[in-house]
Design a protein around this ligand. Structure first.
Ligand SMILES: C[S@@+](CC[C@H](N)C(=O)[O-])C[C@H]1O[C@@H](n2cnc3c(N)ncnc32)[C@H](O)[C@@H]1O
Length: 327
C-alpha cells in the first residue's frame, strides 16, 4: 500500500506509532486519497484527536477541502468529535492570524477584482448586482438588516452606517428616529439612486459620498455603527476596526455584516472566533446572536446570481461594545 494510503489508515484507526513512523519516513501529510479525503479529514471524522494534533504539527493543511467542499473541521463538527474539532478551530485561528490563507484564496478565485466601484451596477426589486452577476446585496437579508439596525440603535443618538446598498439597514435605522444618521457610500450609481429616492432630503440624514477609507476625516463619533461594504477583504474590515476607538462613543454599539466565509460552516466558525479575538485585542467584547436564516433562503433566491455568498442555516449577528462599558 502506498504511504499516503497507510497514513489515512493510521489516521482512521488512531495508530499514533505507525503515523509518526510514516511521517518520519517522509510520507505526504497533505495526501488526498481516491475519495478526495486527507489523513486529517479521516482523523477528524473518526474522532482521533491525538492524530489530528500530530498531523497538524507535521504541517497537514487544516483548510484542505474534500470534493464536497468540506474541511477536516466540518467532518469533526458533523460527527460531534469535540476534542478534534477544538484542536482544528485553534489551528485555523492560529493559521489565519498569521497567514490569512482563506481570505487570500478567495481573492485568487477572483471573487473580487478590485474594480467594483468603477463598474456598473443593476438594481432590481430583490437585489443589487455588480457587472459580473454577483450580488452586492439581496432582499433576503432584510430581517438581518432589521436586527442589525435594532442593535446599533438600541441607545438612540447618533448613528453611522457604512455601505447603503439597497438601503435596507438605513430604512430600518430611520424607524428608530436617530438624532443624526450618517451614511457613507462609495459607488456613484448607488449614491445617485440615494439622492433620487429622497435620502438627501431627510432632516436627520447626512450622506457622505466616498470610500470610508477616504472620508474618515469627515466622520465624528457615534452611538451606533454598522459596517457592510462590498468588494472588500477581511483586511479592510480589520482596518476599519482600528478606527473604532475614535468612531464609537463610550457606551456605543458596533455591528457588521457577518458574511465571513459564508460558504463553509467550519471556516465561518474560525472567522467568527478570529474577528472576536481581534476585536477583543482592541478592547471590544463581541456577542454573536444566532438568527435562523434557512426559511428565507430557498434555492430560487439565488437564480441568476453567480456567487452564492451565504450557504449556512444560522446567521451570527455580532454585537460589539467597549469592554470598559461593562466594567
Ligand atoms: C452589501 S451593500 C450594503 C447593504 C446595506 N447594508 C443594506 O442594508 O442594503 C455594500 C455597499 O457598500 C458600498 N461600498 C463598497 N465599498 C465601499 C467603501 N469602501 N466605502 C463605502 N461604501 C462602500 C457598495 O457600493 C454597496 O452599496
Amino acid at each position: 500500500m502506498e504511504q499516503g494510503e497507510q497514513l489515512c489508515e493510521a489516521a482512521r484507526s488512531g495508530d499514533l506509532d505507525k503515523l509518526r513512523a510514516l511521517i518520519d519516513s517522509g510520507a505526504d501529510v497533505s495526501y488526498f486519497d481516491g475519495e478526495g479525503l486527507t489523513p486529517l479529514m479521516h482523523a477528524a471524522k473518526h474522532g482521533q484527536a491525538a492524530v489530528v494534533k500530530t498531523l497538524l504539527d507535521a504541517g497537514a493543511p487544516w483548510n484542505a477541502l474534500s470534493p464536497s467542499n468540506l474541511s477536516a473541521g466540518d467532518f469533526a463538527m458533523e460527527a460531534s468529535n469535540q476534542e478534534a474539532y477544538d484542536i482544528l478551530v485553534n489551528a485555523g485561528i492560529q493559521a489565519e492570524l498569521v497567514l490569512g490563507t482563506i481570505v487570500r484564496r478567495t481573492n485568487e478565485n477572483g471573487d473580487f477584482d478590485g474594480a467594483y466601484l468603477e463598474d456598473r451596477v443593476t438594481f432590481s426589486e430583490d437585489k443589487l448586482m455588480d457587472s459580473d452577476s454577483k450580488a452586492v446585496m439581496m432582499a433576503w437579508e432584510k430581517p438581518l438588516m432589521e436586527a442589525h439596525a435594532k442593535a446599533v440603535c438600541s441607545g438612540g443618538g447618533h448613528i453611522l452606517n457604512i455601505g447603503f446598498g439597497m438601503g435596507l439597514v438605513d430604512t430600518a435605522i430611520q424607524q428608530y428616529a436617530p438624532v443624526t444618521h450618517t451614511i457613507v457610500e462609495a459607488h456613484p450609481e448607488v449614491y445617485k439612486r440615494m439622492l433620487r429616492t429622497g435620502w438627501g432630503d431627510k432632516d436627520n440624514v447626512k450622506i457622505i459620498f466616498g470610500r470610508w477609507q477616504d472620508v474618515l476625516s469627515q466622520l465624528e463619533s457615534y452611538d451606533g455603527i454598522f459596517f457592510d461594504t462590498y468588494g472588500e477583504y477581511y483586511e479592510d474590515l480589520r482596518e476599519f476596526h482600528q478606527h473604532l476607538p475614535i468612531l464609537l462613543k463610550p457606551g456605543g454599539i458596533y455591528s457588521f455584516f457577518n458574511g465571513l466565509c459564508g460558504g463553509n460552516a467550519f471556516f465561518h466558525v474560525v472567522y467568527c472566533h478570529l474577528v472576536s479575538l481581534e476585536l477583543e485585542n482592541l478592547g471590544y467584547s463581541t456577542q454573536l446572536i444566532p438568527l435562523p436564516v434557512k426559511d428565507c433562503l430557498g434555492e430560487e433566491v439565488w437564480e441568476g446570481v453567480k456567487h452564492k455568498y451565504w450557504q449556512l442555516d444560522t446567521y451570527f449577528l455580532p454585537v460589539c461594545q467597549s469592554m470598559q462599558d461593562s466594567e
